[in-house]
Write a protein that binds this ligand. Structure first.
Ligand code: SIN
Length: 284
């Protein structure tokens, strides 16, 4: 298939046009797509007409899919799809996870084998707002002052789905209730703060404000101060790409090398998205 690849901004991210992902890609085209995604960190495929089945089939070619713990927000009949949506049912309940990810995070960093990739398809978007921001964590690592790099090398971060939300009203607002059964499935995890991407040997900073709450074997106040310094460093404007959605975009990101942040919009408009999430390796 003939298609075009252009770079997005701030040295990362790519846009692909002219590819129809509702069709099964040839081995060669799929390998190009995989390479572009891994290298760029974020890739957007424009003008896709994807049913939930197409999205699941394309996503599965990258690896096994994760069924999100918030199972009340699944696409009916398609448990691998998490709906991120402010649409309501007749009884007023939400069909999807309305306030998903409105803070910097890397998907599922609180589990032992965090998500490698996430694919988000725009079914309906508001006329403005509701952008998704990405931070380039490979460049964040490369641009760290030497002294800070020394302090984190060989260290592990502690990640949890709930810890940072417990006393932070901003993070906590709009979070759906989680049952004790769901919580028991995500007890938290620790991961290297500098992560190696096994396919390329690139390294990335692997901490995020949503889920990283402490540094293992470090005094609590020192750990908090160091994490705040790291979070401020990696969210500087020159490390960020902001995705302005168009209908039928399929946006894919590599959670090992970028973190992301959904932004607000006027809730009288609809934003309805479908997410698939690919299982990753044990971070090294
Ligand atoms: C997420 O997966 O964190 C949500 C991203 C978005 O809705 O833009």
């Amino acid at each position: 298939m003939d298609f075009e690849i252009t770079l997005l901004s701030n040295g990362f991210g790519a846009e692909v046009t002219g590819l129809d992902l509702s069709q099964t890609l040839s081995y060669d085209d799929f390998e190009i797509v995989r390479r572009v995604w891994f290298e760029a960190g974020v890739v957007v495929f424009r003008d896709q007409n994807l049913t939930p089945e197409h999205q699941v089939a394309f996503s599965r070619r990258f690896g096994p899919l994760i069924i999100h713990v918030l199972d009340q927000f699944q696409q009916p009949g398609q448990p691998e799809i998490l709906l991120i949506s402010n649409k309501k049912r007749e009884d007023g309940t939400g069909v999807g996870f309305e306030e998903a990810g409105r803070y910097w995070h890397s998907d599922l960093s609180y589990v032992e084998k965090p998500a490698f990739g996430s694919l988000l398809y725009a079914v309906e978007i508001p006329p403005e707002g509701g952008d998704t921001m990405f931070a380039d964590m490979r460049r964040a690592l490369k641009t760290l002052p030497d002294e800070t790099l020394l302090r984190i090398t060989g260290r592990r971060g502690r990640h949890s789905y709930t810890r940072n939300f417990e006393d932070n009203e901003y993070l906590n607002s709009g979070r759906p209730a989680i049952t004790s059964n769901q919580l028991s499935r995500i007890p938290g995890s620790t991961h290297p703060m500098v992560r190696t991407l096994t396919d390329s040997n690139d390294q990335a900073l692997y901490v995020n404000p949503g889920f990283t709450y402490a540094i293992e074997d470090m005094d609590e106040s020192e750990s908090k101060a160091l994490l705040s310094e790291l979070f401020a460093h990696c969210t500087r404007p020159e490390l960020i790409y902001t995705h302005k959605w168009k209908p039928r975009d399929l946006l894919c990101w590599d959670n090992r090398s970028v973190m992301h942040h959904a932004t607000r919009f006027d809730p009288t408009h609809t934003r309805h998205m479908r997410r698939t999430t690919i299982e990753g390796d044990l971070p090294v």
